[in-house]
Design a binder for this molecule. Structure first.
Ligand SMILES: C[S@@+](CC[C@H](N)C(=O)[O-])C[C@H]1O[C@@H](n2cnc3c(N)ncnc32)[C@H](O)[C@@H]1O
Length: 492
């Protein structure tokens, strides 16, 4: 792979086009919105580097139609019959440039002498792609610039290509470290702002991580770096179908350290694996596996009557694991999901398991109370899974938090009303934001009199869990998404 956080750009790690493609004739200052509008030409893709074209198309889809990079790219690679090195390069460039957008935009603005808001969107996509190659890969600078210029010339002509060429040449004058030193907030007076810039995170998200780390805020750099690293694929071996050891053997992966069902894969498209296609295994972060398992391990008062509820079930990852465990335990799971298309996904992942899917709002699902175990895997900002959703950090806004917190509190209140006395509710989020985690739990304890259990005991063998009673997993400590979970018992 070509990716490197601290690139040595003289090292040509990738077969790329050589020559400047006429770039040397270009002048700065063209191609911005102030230039005379030019009729876009039909894209002439024939001579354009295919991995970069694919990456450019992903960035464009994200910008123009709010698409998700990790949903667009696989289909695009399939349609264009790209695999092997080309697919790997397209993936790295599309995801890397999406993740690093804030940093790239600051550098592009410095190179262009204008805000990125004043640069045409299609040119900005190519500039981001080019700047990413220059700053964060070992791709030779002339290849990064020339292929970017080609992408623009084919579609928009020489003037705009010249603008892209000029900006990227300025970007290439300094390394990433030098740009950070020049453009980032001062590390001494604004350490969070500095790290947020350096690791390409919005400041409010870096601050949320620092707040959640609390006394361990010195680890902030490690969390941000982990968020930027290419995530390992985690598979779940479906209990009763295949063991993690067998799955590791047939996939060439490694058994995960904490979940008894986890297998880690270094790369590749897990959707192509026979074990996944045949339903013996699924794709699921090891942290999510631990959440589902924790619900089943939580001590309830008296006998477990086998009535389990998954109140926010779509798309069904945890419901499938809960269903498989329920099958073994002789229990049955009600799975609630208000979005019809997501409920359909739950039906697919739980086919053949003792799971009943209900299309309903978890705040009023119309189900009879008396559950022994209830999972509230609440809708959240997803700040704990940014490494798996390349552009998400730039899409989320601090103003999203309040509405989600309201919904989280209402869903948790509903779960508490549905669980039987002595039963357990497990509240979880794939976000470490304190407003979505400990604050929601503290509110429920205060309002509804539920009793926090030591949730650390429900994830046996997992180290570095702090003082409890809730559990916060972290990518840099545990190799999982930053999942939060808190087990609460309803008093008898
Ligand atoms: C974090 S996801 C759950 C992930 C799921 N447990 C899994 O492991 O695949 C949150 C889910 O809650 C659903 N949701 C949103 N509003 C809801 C509501 N009012 N009641 C129940 N579920 C809701 C969303 O549609 C989304 O599917």
């Amino acid at each position: 792979m070509t990716e490197s956080r601290r690139p040595s750009r003289g090292n040509r790690a990738n077969p790329s086009k050589s020559g400047d493609g006429g770039a040397g004739k270009a002048r700065a200052g063209k191609g911005g919105p102030n230039t005379r509008p030019r009729q876009p030409r039909r894209p002439d893709d024939a001579g354009v580097d295919q991995p970069r074209l694919a990456a450019r198309d992903v960035l464009r889809a994200v910008r123009e139609r709010d698409a998700y990079a990790n949903l667009v790219l696989p289909g695009l690679l399939r349609d264009r019959k790209m695999d092997g090195r080309d697919a790997a390069l397209a993936t790295e460039l599309a995801y890397g440039a999406s993740r690093a957008r804030g940093l790239l935009d600051a550098v592009i603005a410095a190179g262009a002498g204008r805000s990125v808001d004043e640069i045409d969107g299609p040119l900005l996509d190519v500039l981001r792609l080019g700047a990413y190659q220059l700053l964060r890969t070992r791709i030779a600078p002339h290849a990064a610039v020339a292929t970017s210029v080609d992408l623009v010339r084919g579609e928009f002509g020489g003037g705009k290509a010249g603008f892209v060429n000029a900006v990227l040449r300025r970007v290439a004058e300094k390394s990433e470290d030098q740009w950070v030193a020049e453009l980032a907030p001062d590390a001494a007076s604004d350490p969070v702002g500095h790290l947020a810039f350096e690791y390409a995170h919005p400041v409010w998200i870096a601050q949320a991580f620092a707040d959640a780390l609390g006394a361990d805020a010195a680890e902030l750099e490690a969390v941000l770096a982990a968020d930027d690293a290419r995530p390992v694929v985690h598979l779940v071996a479906r209990p009763g179908e295949i063991s993690a050891e067998e799955l590791a053997l047939v996939t060439g992966g490694e058994v995960g350290p904490y979940s008894p069902y986890a297998v880690h894969l270094d790369g590749g498209d897990p959707g192509q694996l026979d074990a996944v296609r045949e339903g013996l295994a699924g794709v699921q972060d090891e942290g999510s596996q631990l959440v589902a398992r924790a619900l089943t391990l939580a001590p309830v008062v008296g006998d477990d009557g086998g009535r389990w509820l998954d109140l926010c079930a779509g798309p069904g990852g945890k419901a499938a694991l809960l269903g498989a465990l329920a099958d073994i335990e002789g229990a049955r799971v009600d799975a609630v999901e208000p979005a019809e298309h997501r409920a359909d996904l739950v039906r697919k992942t739980t086919r053949g398991l003792p799971v009943d899917v209900h299309v309903a709002d978890g705040r009023e699902p119309g189900l009879a109370p008396g559950y022994d175990r209830v999972l509230v895997d609440a809708p959240c900002t997803g700040l704990g899974a940014l490494r798996r959703r390349p552009e998400a950090r730039w899409r989320r806004q601090p103003s999203d938090v309040a509405a989600l917190v309201k919904l989280q509190r209402e869903l948790l209140a509903s779960a508490i009303s549905l669980v039987r006395p002595g039963g357990v509710v497990l509240y979880s989020t794939c976000s470490p934001h304190l407003s979505e985690t400990v604050a929601v739990v503290a509110d429920a304890v205060r309002r509804h009199g539920v009793v926090p259990l030591d949730t650390r005991e429900l994830v046996p063998g997992v180290p570095d869990l702090g003082e409890g009673p809730g559990v916060q997993l972290w990518p840099h400590r545990h190799g999982t998404d930053a999942m939060f979970m808190a087990a609460l018992r309803k008093p008898e």
